[in-house]
Design a protein around this ligand. Structure first.
Ligand code: URP
Ligand code: ZN
Ligand code: ZN
Ligand code: ZN
Length: 485
């Protein structure tokens, strides 16, 4: 078996920074130490050797709003590796009435082309006996312990509170984790209709129809429902202070809740929707929308303070042509933006480069925290002997200007176009395979493997112990009054 050694670098994990070489054999980390040798040598002089990024929120080749997102598992995972991300977690979405396993079969087919490892979250898009029963085998036989609920997209993916509560209770029983897209879909639908009636048909109408309050309200509602059901909750794409506040308060109260800001919301703001060029604005339409700039400080502070845990992309890329379906009616613009290739360089530049994050915090929020939450740590998210050799050799001096012309994604633009980043991969290894070599992408379609994740994580167990201990029980009384006398 050939071996690869990463020499002369500084290892950076979520908790440590130290100089050592890393020996890779059979797709795993075989040894960490000084002066190691191997068949192939990768020079990491001046670089940080970090766990590859994990993006827990992607939609590759996703059927949505009458079309399919343009990046599939081939181009999407190629883009991921180019930017130092070595694992993606995509959402398997059953259509109304479709079984969970049927939907998973479709995602199994699409994902055979992946260049890097991947896992799935299951979406609960409708509720009934079949879903209730299949949840168990999805968890136990397929190794999928995370279930997402859309509180928005009324008439399509949205579930009602009673369905969400039923699903959350089922997850508590099975040891799974609940996820939510938290926006009040009823309010969004009503605001959208009103805006259209009043002639607000352009992309800015999308932002007006989804004010921070719809996200704050839904986040708080999901947190309370999860608490009553006794299930840990992961809130995807936390974009504003209103939602962050609810998460922060819940965590401070001991509730098991995580928040996930996106790199887009950390670095781009709502002024993008006021651009005079329709295409420019429509390309940035996603839910939740980009926010007033003041929300960015809240999100960065949350990452520093630990009230927000993970930075993701929600990569769901549509071409300009696809976006144009919504000319004359913003509600028909396919929702989604890209970011897989840019998440790490953007977060490093605007986070570590500005002193908002330490390199160790960077590793935590791009890789290790989510590996622990999803229950695939330390197989993923770690530089340790025995861990998968999903590694990024990060050159903090390497610079570029982001441009659609040089990106891996198949779409014709990039929402970060023109941003200058400092900090890029020199090498990216996916289970030991060198997929980025001195910046050159050397993908291998089909190399990626599915990563199963077991239920009953330590957090699930702790929460159910606590809920059991504090559950209602009858008071044992001594003096029982005689009856019927
Ligand atoms: O606009 C977005 N975020 N599109 C992808 C689907 C979702 O809501 O996550
Ligand atoms: Zn039944
Ligand atoms: Zn969403
Ligand atoms: Zn999403």
């Amino acid at each position: 078996m050939t071996t690869t050694v990463i020499r002369n670098g500084t290892i950076v994990t979520h908790d440590l920074t130290y100089k050592a070489d890393v020996l890779v054999e059979g797709g795993r980390i075989a040894e960490i130490g000084e002066n190691l040798t191997g068949d192939e040598e990768l020079d990491a002089t001046g670089c940080y050797v970090m766990p590859g990024g994990i993006d827990p929120h992607t939609h590759l080749e996703m059927p949505f709003m009458g079309t399919y997102s343009a990046d599939d598992f081939e181009s999407g995972t190629r883009a991921a590796l180019a930017g130092g991300t070595t694992m993606v977690v995509d959402f398997a979405l059953p259509s109304p009435g479709q079984g969970l396993h049927d939907a998973l079969k479709m995602w199994d087919n699409k994902s055979t082309r992946a260049h890097c490892d991947y896992s799935f979250h299951m979406a609960v898009t409708w509720w009934g006996e079949q879903v209730f029963h299949e949840m168990k085998s999805v968890i136990e036989d397929r190794g999928i312990n995370t279930f997402k609920h859309f509180m928005a997209y009324k008439g399509a993916l949205m579930v009602q509170d009673d369905e969400m509560y039923a699903s959350f209770q089922r997850l508590a029983e099975l040891g799974g984790i609940a996820m939510v897209h938290a926006e009040n879909g009823d309010v969004v639908a009503d605001l959208s209709a009103r805006l259209l009636r009043e002639g607000n048909t352009g992309p800015e109408g999308h932002a007006y129809s989804r004010p921070p309050q719809v996200e704050g309200e839904a986040t708080n509602r999901a947190i309370m429902i999860a608490d009553m059901a006794g299930v840990p909750l992961y809130v995807v794409h936390t974009s504003c202070e209103d939602s962050h506040e609810a998460i922060r308060r819940a965590r401070q109260q001991g509730k098991r809740v995580w928040g996930e800001p996106l790199i887009q919301h950390l670095t781009l703001d709502e002024s993008e929707y006021f651009n005079q060029d329709w295409d420019y604005a429509a390309r940035r339409v996603m839910s939740p929308p980009f926010r007033d700039k003041k929300n960015q400080d809240s999100l960065w502070a949350g990452l520093q303070a630990g009230s927000l845990s993970v930075v993701a992309t929600d990569h769901c890329a549509f071409t300009t042509e696809q976006k144009r379906t919504g000319i004359g009616d913003f509600t028909k613009i396919p929702n989604g933006t890209g970011g897989l290739e840019d998440r790490l360089p953007m977060l490093w530049t605007y986070g570590v480069g500005t002193g908002r994050l330490t390199p160790n915090e960077f590793v935590a929020v791009t890789s290790t925290n989510i590996a622990k939450i999803l229950n695939c740590y330390p197989k993923k998210g770690a530089i340790r002997v025995g861990s998968d050799a999903d590694i990024v050799v990060w050159d903090p001096m390497k610079e570029k200007t982001i441009s659609a012309k040089t990106q891996q994604s198949v779409i014709d633009y990039n929402v970060f176009e023109g941003k200058h980043v400092k900090g890029l991969p020199r090498f990216t290894l996916t289970r030991g395979r060198v997929a980025v070599h001195d910046g050159e992408v050397r993908g291998q379609e089909g190399h990626g493997q599915f990563v199963p994740r077991e239920a009953n994580t330590p957090v699930n167990r702790a929460l159910s112990t606590w809920k059991e201990l504090t559950s209602p029980r009858p008071v044992e009384r001594t003096g029982i009054p005689a009856t019927g006398v």
